[in-house]
Write a protein that binds this ligand. Structure first.
Ligand code: ADE
Length: 299
């Protein structure tokens, strides 16, 4: 894999402070992911533990041109809070360091060897998961979401693309670029007396996955998006009318009941996260000891 020039040029990477990391501290191995405004590389620390890491590189030119500065700040602030030792959760990606040079901003993140869950699911027989495997990932996702919410962070773009599988088969929630601190979110949504809540005016995320835990579960079990349609407009209409169906071969009655009880328009009628954990679908899951459960081997 050809490594771009700016990553070879360690002369550009000057330390601003003695503890500050710089590009010269890492051996960059290969590109492992590409977003609209960033590229992720697999890299390794040169010194110390020589940990494998994921290096997310955001080109400043692109960030400015596309007015993404706020998103980068949010991602850094959310990850910095979640990566403090006292806030660490095994299901959330860790930010080890950030640094910059003239062209780029760099995020040093925990590395997930097997990549994202969508790619892995698409490689499975029938391009979907077995019910037990779906249950394992859904339970771990629920636990990670509950944790970040307790710390006052909402992710706002939960989907299988943003769940990464580590060397040991456990998952990490990543990509906090759309996240928000709950206090800011509540301020925004309460600041206007108009009859259209501002949360509806400022949609972020991916249309297919607006009700995160549940839609992700639906995707795990079917390989499809519940509100899929021919255009984004039609997808939004389906979401507004909560218009989705289960195919005749939907694999599990408890999963179906769970989805039906969470995929409800009125928030106060939906299951709370405690009720979700107590639902029959998760009966076999010990949420207090998820780390003790052997992860699925889908890679
Ligand atoms: N792609 C995006 N982030 C990643 C990470 N932390 N590990 C592996 N692949 C990734």
């Amino acid at each position: 894999m050809e490594v771009p020039l700016n990553l070879k040029n360690t002369e550009n990477a000057r330390r601003a402070a003695p503890n500050m990391k710089c590009l010269a501290d890492f051996v960059v191995e290969k590109e492992i992911g590409e977003g609209s405004f960033s590229t992720v590389y697999h890299a390794r620390e040169k010194e110390g533990e020589k940990r494998e890491i994921a290096l997310k590189v955001c080109l400043k030119k692109l960030i400015l041109k596309n007015k993404m500065v706020t998103y980068i700040h949010r991602e850094k602030e959310a990850l910095a809070l979640l990566s403090r030792e006292e806030n660490a959760h095994p299901g959330v990606v860790t930010l080890f360091a950030t640094f910059q040079d003239a062209e780029s901003l760099y995020f040093v993140l925990s590395y997930a060897k097997y990549g994202d869950l969508v790619s892995l699911i698409q490689k499975q027989p029938d391009a979907k998961l077995k019910v037990d495997d779906a249950r394992y990932y859904a339970a771990n996702l629920l636990s990670a979401l509950e944790h970040i919410h307790k710390l006052g962070i909402i992710h706002r773009d939960v989907k299988a693309d943003n769940l990464l599988v580590k060397h040991d088969g456990r998952i990490l929630l990543t990509d906090f670029g759309s996240s928000k601190f709950l206090k800011d979110y509540e301020k925004d949504t309460n600041s206007n007396e108009s009859s259209v809540p501002s949360r509806r005016r400022s949609f972020v995320g991916t249309a297919f996955f607006v009700t995160p835990e549940v839609l992700t579960l639906y995707f795990f079990l079917t390989g499809n998006y519940p509100f899929d349609d021919l255009s984004e407009y039609l997808v939004f209409k389906r979401i507004q009318d909560v218009l989705y169906r289960f195919s005749d071969d939907f694999p599990d009655e408890n999963a179906r009941d769970f989805i039906e009880k969470v995929l409800v328009k009125e928030q106060k009628e939906r299951l709370t996260s405690d009720q979700m954990k107590r639902h029959q679908f998760f009966e076999s899951m010990d949420f207090e000891n998820l780390q003790e459960i052997e992860p699925p081997r889908i890679y």
